[in-house]
Design a protein around this ligand. Structure first.
Ligand SMILES: [Zn+2]
Length: 78
């Protein structure tokens, strides 16, 4: 069995199995995990450009809807 990340043979001690992928060295898995851009099981690198724009718009819309209304921000207190 070869590591799914570096493609070198995996021997017993330093290997681990990844569901659906195969086996990997523990170091390779940890290195990959550090580089991966995931959010709650969503791998944003797997999105195409259009989907990424849609995700960004969703986030901006949600942020805007959570902001307090402008009129309350500009009230002057005496
Ligand atoms: Zn490896």
């Amino acid at each position: 069995m070869r590591c799914v990340f570096c493609n070198k043979p995996v021997h017993g001690g330093d290997g681990m199995s990844i569901t659906g992928l195969g086996v990997a060295h523990q170091q390779c898995f940890q290195a990959d995990e550090a580089l991966r851009r995931t959010f709650q099981n969503l791998d944003i690198r797997a999105l195409n450009d259009q989907e990424l724009v849609e995700l960004k718009d969703l986030i901006l819309a949600e942020q805007n809807s959570r902001k307090p209304p402008e009129e309350f921000e500009d009230v002057e207190l005496f």
